[in-house]
Write a protein that binds this ligand. Structure first.
Ligand code: HEM
Length: 378
């Protein structure tokens, strides 16, 4: 180690130690604030807080938190390093927070992932509450996720479901001839179906089901970089809880994030380039995906905070990331719970038979039925 880096590290270490001590003393001050009504779970360490919930706890974090709720009630706080985190264990309170008090929770914490992978907070879901966030929310609600736009892209969902069920049927047909059982990992099946739908709706791309080697190679590269991107978006970074440890890059997450940010930006940048060059040729409204729509909307609006390409790339990525695990986990759980509760499975089957019948696709018929009932109820 040369003299300069030794001094630099020494200064950082001394700074970290000073901060450590300051925080320790702050944590010893009795908490007598008048307005403090939400209890803090016991067992926090002075600086690390309830760190052990997420590292080293024998239970999964959500189970450990659920067990704490039995002790502290539906609302309590835990400390993750320097951050105090509110845990809500009641759907009624969660509903109230996301409706009546939504402005209070609209602010977003600044995480390393939202800076490096989220285009320096340009990715809408990580952007601080303000004009940019409101404008982006408006564009996403009215231009991309409107019922009109989703109806226009319905053919993607119908075609994908059709293909996925045909593939499943083909596997069964082949194995049946060999008198073999068919084992299907539904988590993977839902995951691929869902990613194919999302990628086509957002950027006209596919996740699996290539028809030639070149396509397969491209999909393989995309799958790898998206897998790393999703993983790093959710990974627990020590420096987010204890920012003074940032310089150590424990676990090498920062370095990995920088590499993945470059790779994913290059991938989605290529998609955007293709969309911009075919833009003037594309007349068929049914073929317009979210990226096409965003090019028109963002170029027209001219949002000041970030350039158009950054907004389109980051919004495409956050829609893909938000729609990936949420939907496939929800579908996997729904199926698992139904299979484990025969009475509910029977009621669901009867309802589907009555409402949809056996000769129509459930997805479209059921959706239309309930969309109509909801309109009628309003
Ligand atoms: C079962 C499915 C889903 C669940 C349970 C779910 C749940 C949530 C929750 C709890 C939030 C945080 C809200 C907040 O902090 O204000 C959120 C935000 C978000 N979700 Fe979902 N979501 C689901 C599906 C989707 C899908 C399919 C998409 C996109 C196609 C999506 C896009 C987003 C976006 C962009 C945000 C950030 C919104 C913001 O910053 O205000 N979500 N979601």
């Amino acid at each position: 180690m040369d003299h300069f880096s030794f001094l630099q590290n020494y200064t950082l270490l001394a700074g970290a130690l000073a901060l450590f001590l300051a925080l320790y003393y702050i944590s010893l001050i009795p908490k007598t604030t008048k307005h403090k009504t939400v209890p803090e779970a016991s067992g926090a360490w002075p600086i690390l807080g309830h760190f052990k919930l997420f590292r080293g706890s024998s239970d999964l974090p959500h189970r450990a938190l659920a067990a704490m709720a039995t002790k502290y009630g539906p609302m309590f706080t835990v400390r993750l390093g320097i951050h105090r985190v509110l845990v809500v264990h009641s759907w009624q309170i969660a509903k109230e927070i996301f409706t009546t008090h939504d402005v209070v929770i609209s602010q977003r914490p600044k995480y390393l992932a939202s800076k490096i992978l989220g285009y320096n907070y340009g990715m809408f879901a990580f952007a601080p509450y303000g004009t940019y966030w409101r404008e982006m929310r408006r564009i996403i609600s009215f231009e991309l996720l409107s019922s009109h736009r989703l109806e226009q892209l319905k053919h993607v969902r119908v075609r994908e479901l059709d293909n996925s069920i045909k593939n499943l049927y083909e596997i069964w047909r082949k194995r049946k001839a060999e008198h073999r059982n068919v084992m299907v990992e539904m988590k993977k099946w839902f995951g691929e179906f869902n990613m194919n739908v999302i990628l086509q709706m957002v950027a006209g791309k596919r996740y699996s089901g290539a028809t030639n080697t070149e396509e397969e190679n491209e999909m393989k590269r995309s799958r790898e970089v998206m897998r790393d991107f999703f993983h790093l978006l959710g990974v627990f970074v020590a420096a987010d809880a204890l920012p003074f440890l940032g310089w150590l890059d424990l676990g090498g997450h920062e370095k990995a994030m920088k590499r993945v940010a470059r790779e994913i930006d290059s991938m989605v940048g290529r998609w955007l380039g293709e969309h911009r060059s075919k833009r003037n040729l594309e007349e068929d409204v049914e073929k317009k995906d979210f990226m096409d729509v965003m090019i028109s909307a963002v170029d027209k609006e001219g949002l000041a905070e970030y350039d158009s390409d950054t907004i389109i790339k980051s919004t495409s990525l956050i829609l893909i990331a938000s729609g990936a695990d949420t939907i496939s986990v929800m579908l996997t759980w729904t199926l698992s719970l139904l299979l484990n509760n025969p009475d509910s499975l029977k009621t669901t089957q009867e309802e589907l038979d009555n409402v949809v019948g056996r000769d129509r696709q459930t997805y479209v018929a059921y959706y239309s039925h309930y969309a109509c009932s909801n309109v009628a109820d309003d």
